[in-house]
Structure formats: structure tokens, C-alpha cells
Design a binder for this molecule. Structure first.
Ligand code: FES
Length: 609
């Protein structure tokens, strides 16, 4: 049967479907839970998807009814009415999914004395009259000086534009939000002062809305990075941005739209307003940082991989296209090196690495994995190109962590047991499931140290491809069997090899062995859900007792919150970034040797041949 490969983003499901199947039918076949209230009759208008690439059937009457011309021009279609006529890449927006993806945004309470960069001052001004003809802005600045002992030298121009009508409508009572001598927002006297902390990841974006006065997290929300449609890893995004200014702008706009929507959702949850957000802190890897700030990326993508800037930046939110309080700033924490960004600094801040007394290894595992080693009071970091395999990409039945994803696997006496997210019928494997599956196959002797799959019960071989059947077709609710293939194992070896190489070269640089490590801190969404025993079994993590490992969740997000709430923490981050050493892995003379050893499954051995 002829068919087309359909790639659903950002859910990360792809597969071949029949040439006569609609996109809706393809979602059913590939386990993407698309909303289809009318069951595919074309009447509910809820199965909206955006065709990013590939040829599809002509626009039908139902689509013209449910979608605007502008939407149709941008590739939006009804999945039930659209038939692929070639391989396609299809974007599935969150509102078209029946079950949301798992993005890690647990409530992050942080114990820090609030000391934000923006301070609110309630004031009541005297109204002008014939004996007092001072300008409104001057009146405000003088009242701040006299009543609050706060010297301000400027009022943000957008804030100033709304000042006079606002003073009169609020009967001269107000709250002035002041940041380093500048009034950045004016609000009603009883209004709240909010802050936004964002961990801008290559794959996921986590946002937190805080009350800046007491430091409480009021709401949190996670979305997939909308840039995924333009490439899953950093290099493909950078390459895209280097093609033209228009492409770079498109990538930036995607993230800005995502952040604006996120801010709206966060505010809606607390019945707040985006104009109450007077300060934001955004952390991310250097590529995400540069793309959002619309900085040149050519020099970042080519050796010797130099960022445009490493030092922290304060930028007006509106200059980026973010819709917060008119005068709000976004503070960007410092980067360390080309591929070690402010998310790493943020993770170090949240985990207290700069004051760690013991030998500590901290990893933030993602599409790019940063690793920091602390020993003798010195910090040194590396960046490992671990790739998107643990996000489910380039894995035959890989998918991101959503309902139905197998998240853990056990293989005992030839019998496979597994657990899916949400207890749903299995539709694929997410990162922790992929890691578990490879570890279990290795421990059962089905994979050898080199990663080769042996022909044993459960393994099928059609001559081209060897694969182990995890879920037979009869248990997959009519979908095809879920397997882990020889190629998948290679992808995992590449990813875990990259991470282990970073760890080994860091240890070597300090003359340490893995047993010298007192504590291993694992940060990040993927790191939260992995089985540490499996990661040790395949040799991704050092062979140490389990009680030396600590899984800390989204530490980068927590660091962003700390830097938002506390100026002291912001200063600490800046000081720390300035003293972190950095090793460029590829330039290390031992790189190829260590990388080759790191690809083997099982404990790391320096003498492997
Ligand atoms: Fe209702 Fe497509 S499923 S319009």
C-alpha cells in the first residue's frame, strides 16, 4: 500500500499512513489524541491543525466555513477534511489535543527574602489647581521623593503616555512601580505587582507567575516551544535563523507569541492582567537567548562558538514584542559560553552549587545537556549535544511525554511489563520509557555491550531491521505493535555517550574518578522522570550508590524565580557565572577516545576496545 510519512509536531509522533487517509485518520493510527467532537463529519471545527510542509488536498467547503482566509493562507486546516498527497509535517496546537502533554511546571516555592528589582509605592497626589500648575509627571516624581524618599529620574515613556488620564480616573491615588530610578508602571492603589519567570527550553517552555511582594508562585503553565516545527535541536534552529532575517524573525515571533499566550493563561488563572506584570526573568540556552533577543547567531553556530554577549541584559519587554506592563523590563541572566547558557546558571543558583563543599556533579538533561562539576570550591561546566532522542525524536515509536506514552518498562523472565502516562492504552515510548527499555534489554542480555541486538525470543528480524516487541499489536488497540529497534538503541547510545563523555572529561580535568563524586544532582523534566538505576545500567550516569543521586525537577525554573524575587540572588548568579570554568569538549585531545568508550552500554571502562 502506498503511503505518506506524517510528522506530527510538537507531539513528536510520526509514521506512515495510507494514501487515502485523512489527517484525522492518521492521528488515530499514530496515537495522537486529536479533538474530534463531530467524529470527523467536518461540522464541529475543532480538529484544527496547521500543515507546515507537504502537499495536501484542496480546501473544502467545511474548512472555508470554520477557518478564516488568513488562517487558511497560513496552512490551518480541519484534520478530518484534509488528505495528504505527499509526506507532511503537521503542527497540532494544544487546544486541538484531548490530553495535554506533560511539561514540568510543578509549583516552585522558594525560600528567599523578597527583594525584587521593582518596588511598588502607594501614593495619593494633590490635584492641580490655579495655585499649583505642576505637570502631572513632575507632581508624581516630587511626591515619590518627598513622601517615599525615593529618587526617580525618569518615567518610562509608554507609562507616561497613559499617566494623565490614569491619574484623573483613579482620583489621584495610585501605585508607582519603581525600578532603579525609573517609574515602569502605574496601577490602581490596591493593585498587585506581578513578576514572570520563564525557563525557555529548546523543547519546552515553563512559566511561573509570582506575587513580587511576598514572593509566592501564584500560577504555573507549561507549553511546547513552538519553534519545534522548525527543527528539534539547536543546530537546526540556528541554521534556519541564519538563512535570512525573515526566518530569524519568524522564529523569534513564534516564541514571543507562545510567551504572550502563556502570560495570558497565567494571569487568567488568578484573574489578573498582563499589565500587572512589571518584571520578567527569562533563562534559556544561548541559542534560545540569542533568537529571542534577535541577536546574530552565525558566530554562535560556527567554531569557536562565540556568543554575542554573555553578560546579563535588561531589555524592555515591549522591544521584544512581549505584552506585559508597558514599561516592564525582561532581565536575562548571564550566559557562560557558546553552548552553556543562562538556564545552566539558573540551575546552579537554585541548587546552591557555588557553595557546595563536597564533590558534586549537576546535570540538566535535555536536547542539549549541561554538566557542572564542583570540586575544591571550583566550578567547571561542559555542554553535551545529547540530541532529541530522549524527547522521542528519531526513535521509531518515540513520542513526547503525553497520555499513552510508555514511561517505564520492566523485563523479567522474558515477560514485558510497562506503565503508561495516564494509564492509557500505549501509543509509543517517551524518554524515560526508551531509557528503561534499552536498560532492560541490556540487563536481560538481549543487547550486548556494543548495543547489538541478539536474536532471542521477543526479537524479530525482517532482514533489514531487528526489533524487540514491547507491546504486541493485539495489545495496542488496533495500532501497530510498539517496538524498540536496533536503530533506536544506536540513537540512545549516541545520546547517552554524549552525556557520559562530558562527565568523564570533567572528572579527568580535575584528576577525579567517578567514585570521588559525593553527590549527583539531576535537574530538568526528563531527569525528573528517569529511573536512575536504568541510567546507571546503560552507563549514562556514574556507577554509584542510588543514595548519592538527587532528582530536583525544574531547577532552571526555580533559579529564574529566585532571580526574579531577589536582587541578592541575581547578584549571586552574576558572580557565579563569572567564575565558572568551561571546557569545549570537541577540542579536548581525549574527546574521541572518551566518546568511543562512552558509547558502550554498561559501566564506563577506560580500557574498552
Ligand atoms: Fe469535527 Fe473535524 S472532527 S470538524
Amino acid at each position: 500500500m502506498a503511503g505518506y510519512v506524517i510528522d506530527f509536531e510538537p507531539i513528536g509522533r510520526r509514521g506512515t499512513v495510507g494514501a487515502d487517509q485523512s489527517i484525522l485518520e492518521a492521528t488515530r493510527e499514530l496515537g495522537v489524541d486529536l479533538v474530534n467532537l463531530c467524529g470527523g463529519a467536518g461540522t464541529c471545527g475543532r480538529c484544527r491543525v496547521q500543515v507546515l510542509d507537504g502537499k495536501v488536498s484542496e480546501i473544502g467547503a467545511n474548512e472555508q466555513e470554520h477557518l478564516t482566509k488568513d488562517e487558511l493562507d497560513k496552512g490551518w486546516r480541519l484534520a478530518c477534511e484534509t488528505y495528504p498527497q505527499a509526506d507532511c509535517k503537521v503542527h497540532v496546537p494544544p487546544e486541538s489535543l484531548t490530553a495535554p502533554q506533560r511539561t514540568q511546571v510543578e509549583g516552585l516555592e522558594v525560600a528567599v527574602e523578597p527583594d525584587p528589582a521593582v518596588v511598588a509605592h502607594p501614593l495619593e497626589l494633590s490635584a492641580p489647581d490655579l495655585s499649583d500648575l505642576r505637570a502631572d509627571g513632575d507632581r508624581l516624581l516630587e511626591a515619590l521623593e518627598q513622601e517615599r524618599k525615593v529618587t526617580c529620574t525618569s518615567i518610562d515613556v509608554e507609562t507616561l503616555r497613559g499617566l494623565s488620564p490614569r491619574l484623573r480616573s483613579q482620583d489621584w491615588k495610585l501605585r508607582a512601580s519603581v525600578r532603579e530610578g525609573e517609574i515602569v508602571a502605574i496601577g490602581p492603589p490596591e493593585g498587585r505587582q506581578l513578576g514572570l519567570a520563564v525557563d525557555l527550553g529548546t523543547t519546552k517552555i515553563a512559566g511561573y507567575l509570582l506575587d513580587l511582594e511576598d514572593g509566592r508562585t501564584l500560577s504555573s503553565h507549561g507549553i511546547m516551544n513552538p519553534q519545534i516545527a522548525y527543527g528539534e535541536d539547536l543546530i537546526s534552529r540556528l541554521s534556519r535563523a541564519m538563512e535570512s532575517r525573515e526566518e530569524a524573525t519568524r522564529l523569534q515571533q513564534l516564541v514571543v507569541d507562545g510567551l504572550n499566550q502563556m502570560a495570558a493563561v497565567l494571569c487568567e488563572e488568578i484573574e489578573g492582567d498582563r499589565e500587572q506584570i512589571v518584571e520578567a526573568v527569562i533563562v534559556g540556552n544561548t541559542a534560545m537567548h540569542h533568537l529571542l533577543l534577535r541577536l546574530a547567531v552565525d558566530q554562535l553556530a560556527m567554531a569557536p562558538y562565540v556568543p554575542s554577549i554573555s553578560k546579563s541584559q535588561d531589555v524592555k519587554a515591549r522591544d521584544l514584542g512581549l505584552r506585559l506592563a508597558p514599561g516592564a523590563y525582561v532581565h536575562f541572566l548571564p550566559n557562560i559560553a557558546g553552548y552553556v547558557g543562562s538556564d545552566h546558571v539558573s540551575m546552579m543558583l537554585a541548587t546552591g552549587l557555588s557553595t557546595a563543599q563536597r564533590v558534586t556533579l549537576a546535570l540538566d538533561i535535555g536536547t542539549n545537556t549541561e554538566v557542572c562539576l564542583v570540586s575544591g570550591g571550583e566550578l567547571c561546566s561542559v555542554s553535551c549535544a545529547s540530541g532529541p532522542a530522549f524527547e522521542g525524536a528519531h526513535i521509531k515509536h518515540g513520542m513526547r511525554a503525553a497520555n499513552g506514552a510508555i514511561e517505564s518498562v520492566r523485563l523479567e523472565q522474558g515477560k514485558v511489563t510497562y506503565q503508561t502516562i495516564g494509564g492509557a492504552t500505549p501509543t509509543g515510548l517517551c524518554g524515560s520509557g526508551i531509557l528503561d527499555a534499552v536498560a532492560q534489554l541490556y540487563l536481560a542480555g538481549i543487547l550486548n555491550r556494543g548495543g547489538r541486538m541478539d536474536l532471542q525470543p521477543g526479537v524479530q528480524d525482517d532482514g533489514d531491521l531487528r526489533e524487540f516487541i514491547l507491546v504486541p499489536q493485539e495489545d495496542a488497540d488496533g495500532r501497530s505493535a510498539i517496538t524498540i529497534t536496533q536503530k533506536d538503541v544506536r540513537q540512545v547510545q549516541l545520546a547517552k555517550g554524549a552525556i557520559r563523555t562530558g562527565i568523564q572529561l570533567l572528572l579527568q580535568s580535575k584528576g577525579l574518578a567517578e567514585d570521588d563524586i559525593d553527590e549527583v544532582i539531576i535537574a530538568g523534566a526528563f531527569g525528573t522522570y528517569i529511573d536512575v538505576g536504568s541510567a546507571i545500567a546503560i552507563g549514562m550516569l556514574p556507577h554509584l550508590p542510588l543514595d548519592r543521586f538527587r532528582q530536583v525537577g525544574n531547577a532552571a525554573g526555580r533559579g529564574a524565580i529566585l532571580a526574579l524575587v531577589s536582587r541578592a540572588k541575581r547578584r549571586e548568579a552574576h558572580a557565579m557565572a563569572g567564575k565558572v570554568g568551561y571546557i569545549e569538549l570537541a577540542s579536548s585531545p581525549d574527546f574521541m577516545n572518551v566518546y568511543t568508550q562512552s558509547m558502550y552500554l554498561g559501566p564506563y571502562r577506560a580500557d574498552e576496545d
